[in-house]
Design a protein around this ligand. Sequence first.
Ligand code: NAD
Length: 304
Amino acid sequence: MSDVASSDSPGPMPTIGFIGLGKMGSPMARLLVAAGHRVLGFDLSEEALTQLAEAGGTAVHSAGEAAVADVVILMLPDSNVVTAVLRDADVVSALAPDSVVVDMSSSEPLRTRELATELAERGVRLVDAPVSGGVRGAEAGKLTIMVGGDGETVDRVEPVLALLGRPVRCGDVGAGHAVKALNNLMSATHLWVTSEAMIAGERFGLDPEVMLSVFNGSSGRSGSTENKWPNFILPGGYDSGFGLRLMLKDMRIATDLARAVNVEPALGDGAVELWSRAAEDLEPAADHTEVARWIASASPTPDN
Ligand code: NAD
């Protein structure tokens, strides 16, 4: 019997394996350590391991060593990496029956369902729990967490997720990954059109602060006008911490999902094409807010 906490009988705090200590995973793992969990953290980056150890976590040197925990959280780039990690022979033998894998990466819902079936054959449960709220939300423990999985398994991991933000039950396994991808397709499309509008307005002579103030009190409001433009684009930092390539990955997951259920993602496909053009020009590590600068440079003013 696993000692994963349940809501009616708290029991001992579960040991947590945390695989993927990147921009999001590092602050999330640190919060779990601060709450008193034993966290076995693994990443390919030595620097990330050192940071976890400095925060009081236990740095381990393979995914298999992190997978011996009661709850194994993944915060990896995409489904390809998640699948490779979960099929790694050492991970397969380390995952105990009745342990729970929580994939908090933004992965592909149909592949998540396949992995859930594969793990269930060995008694291991899978919950998908991707997040929204960015690096700032991860640092503050204020993520929105989109949870997919059967109710009993979700009950077992909810106390852990609640340390990282607000878990919202979205449905069965894969539901969290589906809603996350759809959210990001909307977010990316908003950001593109907001950037076109802001650049056009500025060239017309409008004050960008005034434009944002009007949009935020009007129907053009979105996460792009309330957060991305004022915090990461106007100040010129382009430092939201969410990579452009990761955004494009999520957009493609959403348009593929739409097609799989016979919805033609006409605007979504257009957005994917535009974002792909920016991705071809920009550095692989570019922040996704860089698209605003790219749109401006792709539309030179008449005198330059
Ligand atoms: P990141 O690239 O900063 O981190 C990914 C980490 O995974 C890296 O540290 C990398 O070394 C590690 N990694 C890769 N392959 C590995 C392997 N085989 N074994 C162990 N570690 C491995 O990415 P991120 O920004 O932290 O995003 C992680 C996930 O969260 C992605 O799916 C992303 O789409 C999603 N997400 C990111 C944000 C954000 O604002 N950055 C917001 C919401 C969701």
